[in-house]
Write a protein that binds this ligand. Structure first.
Ligand code: ADP
Ligand code: MG
Length: 312
């Protein structure tokens, strides 16, 4: 859906992106990860031509992005950034409606879309639709920013550290909302962050950048288990690799039938290995019952199995 071929970018003669080759498939939640200055934002901005590239090509749906009318290109790509950029003198509804109105949607369709998006982003249309940005918390403003980026149902969402300024609790909630939206809509999302945990949580695939080059491309597990070089291993934090892997796997494959006495404590079948093991440690037990969302008993998990078969 988006393809970089030998793409380069210079700022004042200095290379920000050296030679980028990357093929992004429809429906990916691709995270551009890397230290500050590694070129993440530049990659994102080249896609919607907020900055031009100096060498190579970028294709969108098979067509060179330079062959598009730039406004058309941008309308097909929602853009959300950290400092939201909501219009202060427009209500939440008016902010979200910006692009649909530019596209000439009728009032009824605009209103329906605004309500649909507010619900999708877990904001009650009453009272929020008629509020102004300064009447919202930072997390709520960010939700409106995401809703606005999605308003005209763009093919691609470009998100540059959209949750960077939020407190950890709000940030975690928005990460989950984004994951839910991605699952529900199958949208192609390019998401920039320098936060490793955010990348591991969200990404279907991670592109790790270092000084304008790709250090490694792969799924979160691939990067954790097979770092391509020392930079990747260092960046992901060698010390916690084990724990991070535990957070990426759920207990579901380890559930077995209960034999003998039923364990006293229970955990949800969607729990990660890390959650299960820390719960066992806190409760001083080595087995837990596993239940589904309705509380039905599915079986049990044992500490030894959770720790042993990790690489299976
Ligand atoms: P990241 O988003 O990973 O922090 P950027 O893409 O913003 O990195 O920047 C990559 C490199 O390009 C950095 O060295 C940065 O200083 C430089 N750079 C970015 N934008 C500009 C600009 N408008 N003018 C000059 N240099 C820039
Ligand atoms: Mg940046």
């Amino acid at each position: 859906m988006i393809r970089f071929e030998h793409t380069r970018k210079l700022y004042d003669g200095a290379a920000a992106i050296r030679e980028l080759n990357l093929d992004i498939q429809q429906g990916e939640l691709l995270v551009l990860l890397g230290p500050s200055g590694s070129g993440k934002s530049t990659v994102l901005k080249m896609v919607n031509r907020m900055v031009s590239h100096d060498g190579g090509h970028i294709f969108f749906n098979g067509q060179d992005i330079n062959s598009f009318n730039v406004q058309d290109l941008r309308r097909r790509m929602g853009y959300a950034i950290q400092s939201v950029g909501l219009f202060p003198h427009r209500t939440v509804a008016q902010n979200i409606a910006t692009v649909p109105k530019l596209l000439g949607w009728d009032a009824h369709r605009v209103q329906a879309r605004v309500y649909e998006l507010l619900k999708l982003l877990a904001l009650d249309p009453e009272p929020y639709a008629s509020r102004y940005p300064h009447q919202l918390s930072g997390g709520q403003q960010q939700r409106v920013g995401v809703a606005r980026a999605m308003a005209a149902d763009p093919d691609v969402l470009l998100m540059d550290e959209p949750f960077g300024a939020l407190d950890p609790v709000t940030r975690a909630a928005l990460q989950l909302t984004l994951k839910t939206i991605h699952r529900a809509t199958g949208k192609t999302i390019l998401f920039v962050t320098h936060d490793i945990d955010e990348a591991l949580l969200l990404a279907t695939r991670i592109v790790l950048l270092n000084q304008g080059r790709i250090a490694q491309v792969g799924t979160p597990l691939e990067l954790l288990q097979q770092p391509a070089n020392d930079f990747v291993a260092d960046f992901l934090g060698r010390a916690d690799l084990g724990l991070k892997q535990l957070s990426l796997r759920t207990i579901a494959p380890h559930i077995q039938a209960i034999e003998g006495t039923e364990p006293i404590h229970a955990i949800a079948h969607t729990a990660t290995l890390r959650e299960a093991i820390s719960q066992m440690a806190a409760l001083h037990v080595s087995t837990l019952c596993v239940t589904d969302a309705a509380g039905t008993l599915l079986g049990q998990v044992r500490a030894a199995d959770l720790l042993e078969n990790q690489h299976a």
